[in-house]
Each structure stands twice: as structure tokens, then as C-alpha cells.
Design a protein around this ligand. Structure first.
Ligand code: B16
Ligand code: MG
Length: 215
């Protein structure tokens, strides 16, 4: 029985996945490093520094730790500017309805995001107080596919892992939920990922909601 739903943020609740792409693209272009949307798919759910390492695979020289930190800082400054323009309209389709269905069934809800910017993003879109717990990149030391972020969210909610459903748009995030002993609904970019317990193109899929919760 599902007693809690733990949502990833970028790409599940809000369209910030595109802001990440645009910020990394601007940083990479400035360095003359090739970067495209296909490479960007590998960054979903992955921490900022690990994302940078993936981008630097295409660089024609080695970067020192100091240079890497400067590049990550630069990307984050661009990203913060982009997310400062977010509004309620950037909430993905079906999110609010899915949340209110959960609430009407007394199912607890949490955010489990790798992002250190999760709280300002939730505030910008007016959803910070919609969740019973928020666990983000500031609370964890291990990135997805490690289950730490979801396990912490389940602990904060006081719900056993086997009673939690994770909603994810990244393969690394789907693996993280499964590694934590939870069921996982894969949406968007991860919808085709065969390891997921359930799949839907988006949270607008009402049939999927019924399948998961009416058992
Ligand atoms: P930040 P999620 C993840 O958020 C993003 O998918 C990933 O692209 C990003 O690198 C990571 O957060 C860290 O974000 O630079 O803001 O700390 O999908 O786990 O909500
Ligand atoms: Mg995501």
C-alpha cells in the first residue's frame, strides 16, 4: 500500500530541466566545449559537479579542481538568473491534480531532489508549502543512483520505504528509488526505462494514477 509519494523536482514538478540545459550550454560554449541535448540527457538527476565532469569529457584539455569549481559556479549563476524568471506557469501539466489526489487519499508527499536550488525554485512556483517534507542537494552526500535522498525523505515523513512511491524523470533517479526499496513511477524522459515499476508520459495520465492507487 502506498502511503507516501516522493517527487523528484527538475523535470517532474517543474520545467527547470531546460534551464539547466541552457545554463550548461552557455558555460560550455564559453569554453569552446561541444555540448548538445543528447549529452544533456546524461545530466538528469546527476549532481552539479558530476554533471560538469560529463561535459568535460568533450574538452580538449584537462581542467584543474579550481577551474572546475569556477565553471560550476559560473553555470550556477546563469542558472539562478534563469530560475528567477520561473512562475506558476512553469509547473508541469498534471502536477497539481496529482498532488490533490494524493492529499484527498491522505497520502503524504515529499520532494527528493539532487538540486541545491530546490527551495528557491519551489518558492518561485508557489509550491513550497505544498509538500510534507523537502529533501534536496544540501541534505545529501551521495548522488542518485544512490538512494540517500529518497531514504531521507521517507524517514522525514515517517513512512516505511516499501510504502513509498518515487516519481522520477531520470534513469539515475529511477535506479535510486529502486535501490532504496521503493516503487518508482517513471515519467517524461525516463518513461521508456524498463526498470521502472510504472511508466507514464506525464502526471496528466489519469489511468496510471488509478493503476497505482486503486489496488
Ligand atoms: P543544482 P533533480 C537535479 O535535480 C537535476 O536533474 C540535475 O540536472 C542537476 O545537475 C542537479 O539537480 C543539481 O542541481 O546545480 O541546482 O544543485 O532532477 O534531482 O530534482
Ligand atoms: Mg529530475
Amino acid at each position: 500500500m502506498i502511503k507516501a509519494v516522493i517527487f523528484d523536482l527538475d523535470g517532474v514538478i517543474v520545467t527547470t530541466d531546460d534551464c539547466h540545459y541552457r545554463a550548461w550550454k552557455q558555460m560550455a560554449d564559453g569554453e569552446g566545449i561541444y555540448f548538445d541535448r543528447k549529452i544533456n540527457e546524461r545530466l538528469r538527476g546527476v549532481s552539479r559537479m558530476e554533471s560538469l565532469e560529463i561535459i568535460l569529457e568533450r574538452a580538449d584539455r584537462k581542467y584543474s579542481q579550481e577551474e572546475k569549481e569556477a565553471l560550476a559556479y559560473k553555470k550556477n549563476e546563469i542558472y539562478k538568473k534563469l530560475i528567477s524568471e520561473l512562475t506558476e506557469r512553469d509547473v508541469l501539466p498534471g502536477v497539481k491534480e496529482f498532488l490533490s489526489e494524493c492529499k484527498s487519499r491522505h497520502i503524504l508527499t515529499a520532494i527528493g531532489s539532487s538540486s541545491k536550488n530546490a527551495k528557491p525554485i519551489l518558492e518561485r512556483i508557489g509550491m513550497f508549502s505544498e509538500f510534507d517534507a523537502v529533501v534536496d542537494g544540501n541534505d545529501i552526500s551521495k548522488s542518485k543512483p544512490d538512494p540517500e535522498v529518497f531514504v531521507k525523505a521517507a524517514q522525514r515523513l515517517g513512512v516505511e520505504r516499501e510504502n513509498c512511491l518515487v516519481v522520477e524523470d531520470a534513469c539515475a533517479g529511477v535506479d535510486a528509488g529502486l535501490n532504496g526499496g521503493m516503487r518508482v513511477l517513471a515519467v517524461g524522459s525516463a518513461a521508456e526505462y524498463e526498470r521502472a515499476t510504472y511508466s507514464a508520459n506525464s502526471l496528466e495520465d489519469k489511468e496510471c494514477f488509478k493503476l497505482i492507487f486503486q489496488q
